[in-house]
Design a binder for this molecule. Structure first.
Ligand code: ZN
Length: 216
């Protein structure tokens, strides 16, 4: 089977996201780009994550054409491929409907940068992309525009997109989006939440890139 190990990782990530309550039911979608072929392994549309086997994960090219697999790929495949086309550094994409981040997205508000992890991942506030219908190529374009060079972006009245150089990194960024949204909500309730300065955001991005975690 083509790219079986990557397809298995996509399944494990989808199940983990449901366990961690970043998605419910069959919502959300997950993909990894293969470094050698450039193909993208993405979750199928509307199948229970518990029932998935590697052959259910669809392998597509960057134009969204199926290379391997019998299932229909996620409705948001254009969103994933649009980001992969624009961002050579991105090797994994996670799309969730996590509650706190989506609540901000339903108000069509950027999440203010009051939490250091958000500053490090987004380089500033988590921007909210304009509303477009789910699954549309317009949604793919406006979301990739709003994402820019960041690792996380909100999708108006819909959810969250997180990206990274590995699936662990993209997943962690999806968690940071949710945690950042939750903390910003409570900080605003307490009142007078302090935004992290642009200069400090730049510094935190650098620290996260150069110093966090273990050397490979
Ligand atoms: Zn969605």
């Amino acid at each position: 089977m083509l790219l079986e190990a990557i397809r298995s990782t996509v399944i494990e990530t989808a199940r983990r996201a449901r366990r961690d309550r970043l998605v419910h039911s069959t919502f959300g979608n997950f993909s990894i780009r293969d470094r050698d072929t450039g193909y993208v392994c993405i979750t199928p549309s509307g199948l229970d994550y518990d029932s998935l086997t590697p052959s259910d994960i669809v392998v597509v090219d960057l134009d969204g054409r199926t290379v391997d697999g019998n299932r229909r790929p996620s409705i948001e495949t254009p969103l994933h491929t649009e980001v992969y086309k624009r961002r050579k550094d991105v090797m994994a994409v996670v799309h969730t409907h996590s509650a706190y981040a989506t609540a901000w997205a339903c108000c069509r508000k950027d999440v203010p940068v009051v939490l250091a992890e958000v500053a490090a991942a987004a380089g500033g506030p988590i921007k909210c992309a304009p509303y477009r219908p789910m699954g549309s190529s317009e949604l793919a374009v406006v979301t990739a525009d709003a994402l820019g060079d960041s690792a996380i972006v909100l999708m108006a009245s819909h959810g969250v997109l997180a990206v990274g150089p590995t699936m662990d990194s993209a997943y962690n960024n999806a968690v940071i989006a949710e945690e950042g949204a939750r903390i910003a909500l409570y900080a605003n309730l307490i009142g007078e939440a302090v935004a992290i300065s642009e200069e400090e955001c730049v510094s935190l991005v650098r620290i996260a890139r150069d110093k966090y975690g273990q050397d490979a």
